[in-house]
Design a protein around this ligand. Structure first.
Ligand code: IMP
Ligand code: MG
Length: 184
């Protein structure tokens, strides 16, 4: 396994900047949902896990968490096509709940658009999207995003939940991959 320094082009978002922005998002969500009885945060596995665990500590309204696994068929694993398959479904009924979908990154938008469409048929009281990163230039389908941590350029990033071929999720910052130096 390659050591990440060998292919790190730059640190795009350092740990302290990430944590400061996540605290702001938590405050915003707490204010927006102050009148609600509780909320349900649904994390899309696996990239959203680090973001979920930091974000939930910054939210002051009562909340529950759930996990959902999806895989989107793509070419070479880095492109999604909109054909989304559930690999792990929710354990609870979301009927009448106020749901926030917690995502690591929205790229083409196909994955989250398909998940939203699927969950809306289960009649939550409300459902919205909270993403840490947004690559808006790459969007192929419209996705209503209520909360965005950072808008980022069209570069392949890793760390803080985001993987390259399933590794490097544990790094506490968001880095850019130099694809000429990364050896798959
Ligand atoms: P979308 O369906 O194209 O929006 O794809 C979103 C998914 O692709 C994310 O949940 C990530 O798993 C993955 N992804 C997109 N861009 C990146 C990236 O720059 N680094 C790591 N994973 C990414
Ligand atoms: Mg991935």
């Amino acid at each position: 396994m390659q050591e990440y320094h060998e292919f790190l082009e730059e640190i795009l978002i350092p740990e302290d900047v990430l944590q400061k922005r996540i605290a702001e998002l938590g405050k915003q969500i707490s204010a927006d949902y102050a009148q609600n009885r509780d909320i349900l945060l649904i994390c899309i596995l696996r990239g959203g896990v680090l973001f979920l665990t930091d974000l939930m500590r910054q939210i002051s309204v009562p909340l529950a968490i759930e996990f959902m696994g999806v895989s989107s068929y793509g070419v070479g694993g880095r492109l999604s096509t909109g054909h989304v398959r559930i690999t792990l479904d929710l354990n609870v009924d979301i009927l009448g709940r106020d749901v926030i979908l917690v995502e690591d990154i929205i790229d083409s938008g196909h994955t989250i658009a398909a998940v939203l469409e699927m969950l809306e048929t289960r009649k939550p009281a409300s459902i919205c999207v909270c993403t840490l990163l947004d690559k808006a230039d790459r969007r192929e389908v419209f996705v209503p995003v209520k909360y965005t941590g950072f808008s980022i350029p069209n570069k392949f990033v890793f760390g803080y939940g985001l993987d390259i071929d399933d590794y490097y999720r544990n790094l506490p910052f968001i880095g850019v991959v130099d694809l000429n130096k990364y050896k798959p």
